[in-house]
Design a protein around this ligand. Structure first.
Ligand code: ZN
Length: 435
């Protein structure tokens, strides 16, 4: 099952890989500085010029690039080459008035296909497979990257695009589809559609699913794998950086390998922007190392994850990041500590008897932040004596303090009332005086 598309790069020695990254980083910085006025202006204002960089670690002194920088440069301001050399344009999927715009040279498209061939191979796709792509063919990057990658490895590609779920199921059955490319929620939707139609899923010949384009977890993986009778792997992309092809799961399913010969990855503290040690949770930041049309330097994704440098049993030496656990958009600051609602969700998921449903109330007492977490308790688990109720609450508070590094008071509530409160007030109620 384990096969590697490009062993030369995917299993390269770490020292050799860092040497390659260092060379490519210097080229990228010179390229961006010389050809994109945005970078030149931003870096000069920060007192940085590419020759100042002495090592790969020095990258931490280069200013970040944000989504808003792309928006401000709409439409072609981030391009490093004349349109004459651009053969494809994609935009972000956001519905904002000015989307972010990406361009690809012929060379960029070639690299993209190579990286997506790695993704597909790691997920189990082979040249004899028939692959059905149910992502949208349009301005966003989703479908096109994996389409090119699957073609490159020699699979038979069916560009089914989105929607018409009944027809998707018929195509899957009649064309003997073995590889499904979808978003996790669409894969589940196909299962629901089959149930509604009385469509027998056991007629299908699916073997693997390459799922991406949204945040999902092990629960969803179990359901998709169980119902569709396949192995489902995750892949990750950010449209401003590349789209799919940035990182991918291997058969071990223990994190996503980053295509590090083409991208430098960092995890930073979302508040201070400081680079965090490997293993700590923070915001993923990427720098492209080979892109021609739209090089990106220290792009802040807003996605939270942690890195693992441990050797992977699949043989790839590429660093892994965890599944994305949340967005920096939802970050709260409590007594100077960064708190993400996803951390609380994780604790509740592991404590028996709680719903992963909760509301956070932030208040202030004598200028000190107070945090209360209102937790819904499943009716059948509701302890019958006052004493066990208090014990249960204390245990939960202990686990939250361990995870968050900040004390939180837990209030146990009936499951029925919480969804209404959340709908009315939001998941986070901040009553602190922010003046
Ligand atoms: Zn691996």
């Amino acid at each position: 099952m384990n096969q590697i598309w490009n062993p030369e790069y995917e299993t390269m020695g770490r020292d050799q890989l860092r040497e390659l990254q260092w060379k490519r980083l210097q080229m990228t910085l010179r390229w961006a500085y010389a050809n994109v006025p945005f970078y030149r202006t931003r870096w000069e204002a920060a007192g940085f010029a590419p020759p100042d960089l002495r090592s790969l670690e020095g990258v931490s002194r280069i200013p970040f690039t944000h989504k808003d920088d792309f928006r401000a440069a709409y439409p072609y301001g981030m391009f490093a080459v004349p349109l004459e050399r651009v053969v494809r344009v994609h935009t972000s999927s956001g519905s904002a008035a000015s989307p972010t715009v990406m361009g690809f040279t012929r060379g960029d498209l070639n690299t993209w296909a190579e990286l997506c061939a790695r993704v597909a191979t790691a997920g189990g796709a082979r040249s004899h497979d028939v692959a059905q792509i149910t992502l949208g063919y349009g301005l966003p990057t989703g479908a096109f990257g994996l389409h090119a990658g699957l073609e490159r490895l020699g699979a038979t590609v069916i560009p089914a695009s989105t929607g018409a779920s009944k027809r998707q199921l018929l195509i899957m059955r009649d064309y003997s589809v073995s590889v499904l490319v979808a978003s996790p929620s669409y894969a589940l939707h196909l299962v629901d559609t089959a149930d509604e139609l009385g469509f027998d899923l056991s007629q299908l010949t699916l073997r693997t699913a390459l799922l991406g384009a949204e945040r999902w977890g092990e629960g969803t993986r179990g359901r998709v794998e169980g119902r569709l009778g396949l192995s489902a792997v995750d892949n990750y992309g950010v449209s401003e950086v590349l789209g799919p092809g940035l990182s991918f799961e291997c058969p071990m399913k223990q994190g996503l390998h980053v295509n590090e010969d083409h991208f430098l990855v960092e995890v930073v503290d979302p508040g201070s922007g400081e680079v965090l040690p490997v293993g700590e949770e923070g915001e993923l930041v990427f720098t492209s190392l080979t892109k021609e049309a739209v090089p990106v330097v220290r792009y802040r994704t807003g996605d939270l994850a942690r890195l693992s440098a441990k050797a992977c049993a699949c043989g790839r030496t590429l660093v892994r990041h965890s599944r994305v656990t949340g967005r920096t958009d939802g970050m709260l600051k409590v007594r100077g500590v960064n708190i993400f609602p996803a951390q609380i969700e994780r604790v509740l998921e592991e404590v028996e008897g709680t719903h992963p449903q909760f509301q956070i109330i932030l208040d202030e007492k004598a200028s000190l932040d107070q945090m209360e977490v209102r937790v819904a308790v499943k009716a059948e688990f509701f302890p019958d004596s006052m004493r066990s109720l208090l014990d249960f609450r204390r245990r939960l508070e202990g686990r939250l303090q361990e995870e968050l590094g900040v004390r939180a008071t837990v209030m146990l509530v009936e499951p029925a009332s919480l969804p209404e409160d959340i709908a009315a007030q939001g998941q986070v109620v901040d009553r602190r005086d922010k003046s």
